[in-house]
Design a protein. Structure first.
Ligand code: SF4
Length: 370
C-alpha cells in the first residue's frame, strides 16, 4: 500500500512524457512545481520530528546529477557480487526498522529520476565494452524495485530492453506484491524478479507496510508462472530464540509455491548495520527487538553477529534449501572468504571469483530461454 501524500516536481521535467503519465496516475494528490527542491528537503530535515517517516509520503521528481548506473559499493574486505545499481528511484514508502536508508541518504523523500533513455544509454555503454562478460543490473539497492513501479513505469520499458540483450540481465528486488503489470511483458528470461523473505513474526514486527509473506510468495508464483526466473533473499537473517523453526517454515512455504528449477538464485545475509543506524532505528521503532542482540564491528565498521552465529545460521539455511535442490545457487551477501569456506567448504576467493559463479548460473538459465 503506497501512502504518498504529495508530489514535488522540478519545472524542467514538467513536459517529460513519463512525468505527465505519472501526473495522470496521481491526479488525486497535491502537485507542486518547484525549482528549489533542495529547500523542500532542508525544511523537512530541519523542522520535522521524524524526517525519515515524513519523507516516505513525499514524491520528488527531479533530474539526476551524475551517472545513473553505478557499481554496487560493496563493503571493505568482504566478497562482493559485482552488481550494477540503476538509480531510478531512491528511498522507499515501506518502513523496515533495519533499513539502512534511514541513516544513509541525506534526502529522506522518495525521489524519482525519470531519465530512462539515459539509463539505457549508460547500460549499453557498459555491456558493449565487454561483450563476453555477463552483467547483472538492479534497481533494488537504494529502494524497492516494484512498490512504486505501477506509478513510475520503469519495468515496462526496462524488461523489453533487457529481453533484447545477450550479456545482461535485470533484477527487480522487492518486498511488495506489485507484479500484475509485469505478467504480460516480453522478458525472454532476462529479468529476475526477486523477493526478500523473512518469517511472519519479523515481517509483522519489523517490516512495516511491506507485503505479508503469503502475498510475496503468491506474487512470486505468478511471476514464475509467467516464465520469469525468480530469486529470494534471506537478508537480513535475524537471530532470536526459535529462529530455526521460523526460517525453516519460510523455506518450506517457499517451495510449496515455487519449483526449485524456477529459482535463479538465493542469497543469505546476516543482520548488519553501521553503528549510527541503531540509534535512529531505536528512536523510530522503540518496540523493535532486533537491535538488542550481541553484534560486533566487522572490518568494514558495520555491526554483525559473531562469526559462529552467522556460520550456524548460514549452514542451517543452506541445508534446508539444498534439501529441495542440491544444485540451488546460493550465495552469501557481504561475507568474508573464511565464512564462505566454513559454510560451503569452498570459497569464490574474491569478488571476481563470485562474479564468475554468477555468470555460469546466468548462462545456465539463459540456455533454457532463447
Ligand atoms: S523495503 Fe527495503 S528499501 Fe524499503 S524500507 Fe524496507 S529495507 Fe528499506
Amino acid at each position: 500500500m503506497v501512502l504518498l501524500k504529495e508530489v514535488y516536481v522540478d519545472p524542467s521535467l514538467e513536459a517529460n512524457p513519463i512525468v505527465q503519465r505519472i501526473r495522470q496516475g496521481l491526479n488525486h494528490l497535491p502537485w507542486h512545481s518547484r525549482a528549489d527542491l533542495d529547500r523542500v528537503i532542508q525544511e523537512l530535515l530541519s523542522f520535522h520530528a521524524d524526517p525519515c517517516g515524513a519523507g516516505k509520503h513525499i514524491l520528488l521528481i527531479r533530474p539526476f546529477q551524475g551517472r545513473l548506473v553505478k557499481n554496487c559499493p560493496g563493503t571493505m574486505n568482504h566478497i562482493c557480487c559485482n552488481y550494477k545499481i540503476i538509480n531510478v528511484v531512491t528511498n522507499c514508502p515501506m518502513d523496515c526498522s533495519y533499513c539502512i536508508l534511514q541513516s544513509y541518504l541525506n534526502n529522506p523523500c522518495v525521489t524519482f529520476y525519470p531519465e530512462f533513455a539515459e539509463v539505457f544509454r549508460e547500460i549499453e555503454e557498459i555491456i558493449e565494452k565487454h561483450p563476453h562478460r555477463i552483467f547483472r543490473f538492479g534497481t533494488g539497492e537504494l529502494g524497492d524495485s516494484l512498490i512504486l513501479d505501477g506509478i513510475v513505469g520503469f519495468a515496462d520499458e526496462a524488461i523489453p530492453f533487457f529481453a533484447a540483450k545477450k550479456n545482461a540481465i535485470l533484477e527487480l528486488k522487492t518486498k511488495s506484491a506489485e507484479v500484475d503489470h509485469l505478467l504480460f511483458l516480453n522478458h525472454r528470461g532476462r529479468t529476475v524478479v526477486s523477493w526478500s523473505l523473512n518469517p511472519l513474526r519479523i515481517i509483522e514486527e519489523e517490516e512495516h507496510l511491506a507485503a505479508p509473506l503469503g502475498e510475496r510468495l503468491q506474487a512470486a508464483r505468478l511471476c514464475a508462472d509467467a516464465g520469469y526466473p525468480v530469486g529470494f533473499h534471506f537478508d537480513p537473517l535475524i537471530y532470536y530464540p526459535g529462529w530455526e523453526d521460523d526460517y525453516r517454515t519460510v523455506v518450506d512455504l517457499l517451495f510449496e509455491h515455487i519449483e526449485p528449477r524456477q529459482v535463479m538464485w538465493v542469497s543469505l545475509g546476516g543482520l548488519r548495520y553501521p553503528p549510527f543506524l541503531k540509534q535512529v532505528a531505536q528512536e523510530r521503532f522503540p518496540g523493535s527487538r532486533i537491535f538488542s542482540g550481541e553484534l560486533i564491528p566487522g572490518e568494514d565498521g558495520k555491526l554483525r553477529y559473531l562469526k559462529p552465529i552467522r556460520v550456524e545460521m548460514y549452514q542451517r539455511m543452506v541445508s534446508w534449501l539444498r534439501a529441495y535442490d542440491g544444485g540451488l545457487f546460493i550465495y552469501l551477501c557481504m561475507e568474508r572468504a573464511d565464512v564462505w569456506q566454513e559454510v560451503f567448504g569452498s570459497t569464490p576467493g574474491n569478488t571476481e571469483g563470485l562474479n564468475r559463479r554468477f555468470e555460469e548460473c546466468v548462462v545456465r538459465f539463459m540456455k533454457g530461454v532463447q
